[in-house]
Write a protein that binds this ligand. Structure first.
Ligand SMILES: [Zn+2]
Length: 379
């Protein structure tokens, strides 16, 4: 990858270039890698910087549920960028999740990071948001386990990157977590305490993921139908960004779980500039499956049957539609060979749909022109 002019650039370069510009950079979770070319083409044509990413659950040393290891993912993204001739992108490790923080888990996490760095990743999201001390006497104590693990892993990445610049995302408040009264949102005080503590330990994240009312994947009504996601709390998001600024903490917000949020709402009402990175994942999987429904009906039916057979027993009382919708991602690895040997016509349809949808995202995110800003920053 070194010496390749279309290889990934540090995530930090992109995030610094857009900070304060009222733009959101799209981060695409490319579960089925063939959408990458369509994304890069649209990014090139609209001059939009992008992140290409997969989370630990999606891509790890065992392949995750996409069947891709970090090396596979990197190779495919580099190839797509090379084919298109696009240069303003970062290769990002989304949700490097730590759930309990014991020695074995930290050890395996470091092995994953080693593999990501060896594969040429240029940006990392440490997610220790599950670690929360409910017995803590104040916010600092409640967040202490998250702060400790995040600091440890951030230092590890820094030492292994060996002087190379990289993007760093951290997370406070588990996205989509619910209690008796609904989604638990991150409070401004938590964001400030968390970032300040990290800065005091010489850890300087560029973006902070918060729980602000979004959920990963689709949102459903009581009957299990997919509905628009209107639950992102914009005032709370602005309040967090304001609190960070008031405390002189320089970090943007990463919005997770955008699939399902109407793009006209994003366009007109999202606090761009407060939010500077927007993750879009499930949406791209939907694009592929919607094409397969018509172009490859037999394959689509096989995927449907496999998913329902496997996940129906685990989801009593749920409609087939919701069971398929929530678990079809698990079929990607099972049908890996089929999904990566589609005929030219099907590929063309996937690329074209991806391209068009990207145009809408880039306009809604106001990211057009961000690639030039990034290039200027590099010179
Ligand atoms: Zn996420």
């Amino acid at each position: 990858m070194n010496g390749n002019r279309f290889g990934p650039i540090p995530g930090s370069t992109i995030l610094r270039a857009v900070a304060g510009r009222n733009a959101i950079v799209m981060a695409a979770n490319v579960r089925i890698a063939s959408v990458a070319k369509g994304i890069f083409r649209a990014a090139k044509d609209t001059d939009s910087a992008v992140f290409m990413e997969l989370a630990r659950s999606e891509c790890n040393l065992n392949g995750g549920y996409t069947g891709l290891t970090p090396a596979d993912f990197s190779k495919r993204m580099n190839q797509a960028a090379q084919d298109v001739g696009f240069d303003a992108w970062a290769l990002h490790a989304d949700h490097i999740t730590v759930k309990n923080g014991d020695a074995a888990e930290i050890d395996s996490t470091k092995q994953l990071i080693d593999a990501q760095i060896a594969a040429g990743y240029t940006s990392f999201a440490i997610d220790a948001s599950h670690l929360f001390d409910f017995e803590g006497k104040n916010v600092r104590e409640e967040l202490d386990p998250n702060i400790r693990i995040t600091t440890d892993l951030a230092r590890y990445i820094k030492s292994k990157m060996n002087g190379k610049d990289f993007g760093l995302e951290v997370e406070v408040g588990e996205i989509g977590r619910k209690d008796g009264s609904g989604l638990v949102l991150t409070k401004p005080e938590e964001a400030v305490t968390y970032i300040r503590a990290l800065n005091e330990s010489d850890v300087w994240p560029h973006v902070l993921a918060i729980a602000n009312g979004s959920t990963h994947g689709h949102t459903y009504d009581a009957l299990g139908n997919v509905v628009e996601q209107l639950s992102i709390d914009i005032p709370q998001t602005k309040a967090i960004a304001q609190a960070l600024r008031d405390n002189n903490l320089h970090v943007g917000i990463a919005q997770h779980g955008i699939t399902g949020t109407p793009r006209d709402l994003i366009n007109l009402h999202f606090p761009k500039g407060d939010i500077i990175k927007g993750n879009v994942g499930t949406f791209w999987q939907d694009v592929v499956f919607n094409v397969l429904k018509v172009y490859e009906p037999a394959l689509y039916r096989n995927i449907q049957e496999w998913t329902l057979e496997k996940y129906r027993p685990l989801n009593p009382g749920k409609s087939d539609r919701q069971i398929f919708d929530g678990n079809c991602k698990m079929a990607i690895k099972e049908f890996f060979r089929d999904l990566y040997s589609l005929d030219e016509r099907t590929e063309y349809a996937i690329q074209s749909m991806t391209y068009a949808e990207c145009l809408i995202f880039f306009r809604a995110f106001s990211s057009e022109g961000s690639a030039s800003l990034v290039r200027k920053a590099i010179q």
